[in-house]
Ligand binder design. Sequence first.
Ligand SMILES: C[S@@+](CC[C@H](N)C(=O)[O-])C[C@H]1O[C@@H](n2cnc3c(N)ncnc32)[C@H](O)[C@@H]1O
Length: 283
Amino acid sequence: MSRPSAGTEDGGRTVADNGAVDLELDRAHSARMYDYYLGGTTNFPADREAAARARAAFPSLLATAAINRRFMHRSVRFLAREGMSQFLDIGTGIPTSPNLHEVAQTEDPRARVVYTDNDPIVLAHARALLQSRPEGRTAYVHADVTEPEALLAAEELGGTLDFARPIALSLNALLHFVTGDHRAHDIVELLKDALPSGSTLAIAHVTAEFDPEGITRLIDTYRTAGTLAQARTHDEIARFFEGWELFPPGIVPSHEWRPDPGDGSESVTNEVAACYVGVARKP
Ligand SMILES: C[S@@+](CC[C@H](N)C(=O)[O-])C[C@H]1O[C@@H](n2cnc3c(N)ncnc32)[C@H](O)[C@@H]1O
């Protein structure tokens, strides 16, 4: 089992363990492909070539990524307004402003956020995730969600978040990379069990229900590029929330989750959104 490594920022002090890392630039990485979809510059020829094949397979991919990212913004803002002040974000991705802590700390400058990803490129760029407001705190833990015990045991996690108080867990656009044998539902249950009453869970997940052929083609391009992925149905995604109370409107296509007036959501189709999302609270 790999030991999670970390960085923290606390009132201006930064400790980032981003020494020698193998970025595997010769092969595409999902984090760097996603960065490309969002218009970022932290991607390399192998990522861009794979991203081009993915776009050919599923032409609305850039819009899909942007719509997914906006769900993160809205759900974090909503949860901060509901009083959540501690966030654990797994599968963070390459920093893309506004990052989760920027949204949360706009609502509550004291918000504490722990970011986690298993891609070394995210660790290498973690500094941008560590620019906390002085009243709050952020930390980064390099860890794999398929080893949830190790992730939960990371020193910086326990040192940043108080597990006696509610924690907002987000697994956005992550679980479709946790396929088959990895037992995604068991992993999510283990994470849910570690959180106290009043904690919340936000999930965004690719589904093939709206465009089966397009999503099958898309997943094939990821597999060819070396990343396994899996779409799930509404029911399979609902199972991740089992035992927790969904906030209205429940599990819906990403653009339909509490859209902001005039944000263009009304012109988005389910086929383009391509993801189900939901947010729930632990009783
Ligand atoms: C599509 S990005 C989503 C980024 C961000 N959550 C969002 O929705 O905007 C998926 C991220 O999950 C990360 N990831 C994939 N498998 C993972 C795993 N087993 N453990 C931790 N992170 C993982 C990838 O490295 C990538 O950064």
